[in-house]
Design a protein around this ligand. Structure first.
Ligand code: NAD
Length: 496
């Protein structure tokens, strides 16, 4: 455990030396990280496939390719992001410099889950480096091959004093959380998220919690059902349903349910043949604990199995399975499934569907398949979720110009693209005034002795007004206020 403390101490000393703050340093580390992924893609892919037979195509697309693109984007944009952000100046500050300076928090902890074991370590790390922090990365113990490769490669490519990988499970993470951090970025279950937030509160450390939960899908009869089925099953079968934003369950009418099942049978046959177990395109459940958990949900739910249902604990295989006519009170509807089982719950209307969504915890994402603008609008305005995606699943993840994250039980904070840089930066609001005589005179009404005239003057200057959209109006007004102040100032000096 002393290595954990040593790592944090070394990172703290490095941060305090100021080394991570320059643009050049950040850029070099990001370039080195890109090189790490480019030179070791095959090794990374092998490790993850060893961990849970994730198809190489999926590892390549959602782990290494995603990571490389994320790093490239930050390399292209970092300089601009580091510039002070100009803001609107209220009238009393018109002569001053007013801006937001993004400064690094310091030493950050990045604690990651197993389902995308490489990308969910690298993606927050990119934000942490870009913002000028040092970082301690804790990959999941459930995917040990990926954790090992990260612990070997990161110190080899990145500055080993600033960036450390700590491996291990709950005891190691607990020791890690006893250390003082300036920021904690956690991805994982809502249950452990609460443990993280409690630990962070000891030092009032700010946190991002990227959590999970049940992600609902609504499908209505205006949607192209074959297309909807393909997009929903893709989200459900990718990584064998072990994605935080995998569609968890479907809400639709009985009629749509029948069409959905018919279409799903054809789609699954086209993708995986008659036996998904023989297909190289379908991942396995990560371990026997998760296998038993998912299987228990399946066994305890008294619903019709419309498609699939076969499983094999030796191979940690669960077939893509669709359950129909599921009740909201069934065990499978009580927790995040995180596996390749799709329950369908019947609702009569879109209003009923929004009521079901609103009854549960706020989801990480909501998916709606409908061509009806009113229905799309209803989900946008009448439900709350981390993200909303209309007519597709999962794809919002790679749209890095919108924030990715949860709300309520599905998380606190968000990241991706510029939002990652902002997440790992303290945004320091800054005002720079000049030590000049005229400015001092204009501001002098605040000083004692307090008078009614001074109070009126301050109220006039600080009153919030709706300015007509006339360019430079504020500057013109401030010019005349300045001339007036100068005139009064000069006439007083002459009268003395
Ligand atoms: P998890 O919470 O069990 O583990 C995540 C990390 O927390 C691991 O590094 C683990 O070592 C550590 N941990 C586990 N128990 C701990 C404890 N008692 N004290 C301290 N640390 C502990 O999550 P998981 O099973 O690896 O991942 C699955 C969950 O993560 C799902 O709920 C999924 O929805 C969610 N998830 C969310 C996102 C997102 O971006 N929002 C992404 C992936 C996964």
């Amino acid at each position: 455990m002393s290595t954990i403390q040593d790592a944090v101490t070394t990172a703290r000393e490095s941060f305090n030396s100021g080394i991570t703050k320059s643009y050049d340093f950040r850029l070099k580390q990001l370039q080195a990280l890109l090189q790490l992924v480019e030179e070791n893609s095959e090794l990374i892919e092998e490790a993850i496939t060893k961990d849970f037979k994730k198809p190489t195509f999926e590892v390549n697309l959602f782990e290494t390719t995603t990571a490389k693109n994320e790093i490239r984007n930050v390399i292209h944009k970092l300089k601009g992001w580091m510039e002070p952000a100009k803001v609107e100046k209220p009238l009393p500050y018109i002569m001053d410099e007013v801006f937001i300076h993004s400064e690094p928090y310091g030493v950050v902890a990045i604690i990651s889950p197993w389902n995308y074991p490489f990308m969910l370590c690298i993606s927050p790390l990119v934000g942490a480096i870009a913002a000028g922090n040092c970082a301690i990365i804790k990959p999941s113990e459930i995917t040990p091959n990926c954790a090992e490769i990260l612990s070997k490669l990161i110190p080899r490519y990145l500055n080993p004093k600033c960036y450390h990988v700590v491996t291990g499970g709950v005891p190691e993470t607990t020791t890690l959380l006893e250390q003082r951090f300036d920021y904690i970025f956690y991805t994982g279950s809502s249950h452990v998220g609460k443990i993280i937030q409690k630990a962070a509160s000891k030092y009032l450390t700010p946190v991002t919690l990227e959590l999970g939960g049940k992600t609902p899908v609504y499908v209505d009869s205006t949607a192209d059902i074959n297309l909807a089925v393909r997009r929903i099953l893709w989200g459900k079968c990718l990584n064998a349903g072990q994605s935080c934003i995998a569609p968890d369950y479907v809400l639709c009418t009985k009629e749509v349910q029948e069409d959905f099942i018919k279409s799903a049978k054809n789609t699954l046959k086209t993708w995986y043949g008659n036996d998904a177990k023989q297909s190289p395109n379908f991942a396995r459940i990560v371990n026997s604990n998760h296998f038993r958990r998912i299987n228990k949900l399946l066994n305890d739910t008294d619903a019709n199995t419309a498609i699939g249902g076969r499983h094999d604990i030796q191979d940690l295989f669960i077939e893509p399975t669709i359950l129909k006519d599921v009740n909201l009170s069934d065990p499978i509807m009580q927790e995040e499934i995180f596996g390749p089982i799709l329950p369908i719950v019947n609702v009569k209307t879109a209003q009923e569907a929004t009521a079901v969504v609103n009854k549960g915890e706020k989801p990480l994402a909501v998916y709606v398949f409908s061509n009806d603008k009113q229905v799309q609008d209803m989900f946008l305005k009448d439900t709350s979720s981390g993200n909303l995606l209309i007519n597709d699943t999962m794809m919002h993840f790679s749209c890095d110009t919108i924030p990715f994250g949860g709300v309520g039980n599905s998380g606190i904070g968000a990241y991706h693209g510029k939002f990652s840089f902002d997440t790992f930066s303290h945004r320091k609001g800054t005002v720079i005034k000049k030590l000049d005589k005229v400015g001092e005179y204009m501001n002098s009404s605040r000083y004692p002795p307090y008078t009614k005239t001074n109070l009126q003057m301050i109220s006039f200057l600080t009153k919030k007004r709706k300015w007509p959209s006339f360019p430079f109006l504020k500057q013109v007004v401030s010019f005349f206020v300045g001339v007036m102040a100068m005139y009064i100032f000069m006439s007083r000096v002459q009268n003395k």
